[in-house]
Design a protein around this ligand. Sequence first.
Ligand SMILES: [Zn+2]
Ligand SMILES: [Zn+2]
Length: 307
Amino acid sequence: MKSSSDFTLHILGCGSAFPTPRHNPSCQVIDHRGSLYMIDCGEGAQATMRRMKLKFSRLRHIFISHLHGDHLLGLPGLLSTLSLSQVAGTVTVHIHAEGERLLRPLVDMLCPERSYSLQWDILNPAGGETLVDTGKLKVTTFPLFHRVACCGFRFDTSGPSRRLLGDMLDHYQVPVAMRADIAAGADFVTPSGDVIPNSWLSVPTPPPRSYAYCSDTVRSRAVAAAVAGVTTLYHEATYADADASLAVPRGHSTARQAGEVARQAGVGKLIIGHYSKRYNSTDTLLGEAREVFPDTFAADEGKVFDI
Ligand SMILES: [Zn+2]
Ligand SMILES: [Zn+2]
């Protein structure tokens, strides 16, 4: 599935811990203007990346939410393959401290001479960190509430609110020094005193967009506050109402609870995933989430969502 948007979410895996023929364990890739950011890296991630034609050479950051196998066991294989693919530049793995301690020696043994520079960045489980800031995209963390330390990730775009029209700037001979003011919305006053309205010199850009990833976690008002107002929210929906009693003891949520978080947070749309193996289809989960939050969609391997 192709998208013309410059900010997209690609679902590589949306099952939970137990493997099924229907779903891979957790993995997704954000494509922002051609740079790829992977969130969790369950088994099968690298093969699915190739199937979805996501280029290894564009992968810059990998964020691992927590140290359960269904979120990280694809990582050693992927990091080895990046070298086989002659990926250059720097790839940064953001992971909890114990994960770095265990995986770093394994990756160094499997792949001692890499084509790229591998950086390990230790996550603070309390959240509140900025992991990436390109000036156009910022990635920050917030705590999730699971059986082990777990981080959610929030992606926020930013940039000028207007795009300059080069031909018009040249036509009115707008000095380079004034172009930042024009991008901020100012009119241009010519040396002879004529006012050229901003709308002749620039056009509005799309409003900032944002994406938040919440897997795995119990339902939480703190999580709803951390993801308030995002354009697109991914929230785990491991269980249906019929199995709701399992959710809190296992550190997970129901689909209905995911809908409640989306409603509390006032998000644009909700995508659910991390389905328990016990369900043969997502129909019940999707229906229960939609009763609370109608703009809900079910993740599935190979799906691409505009953010
Ligand atoms: Zn999980
Ligand atoms: Zn987990």
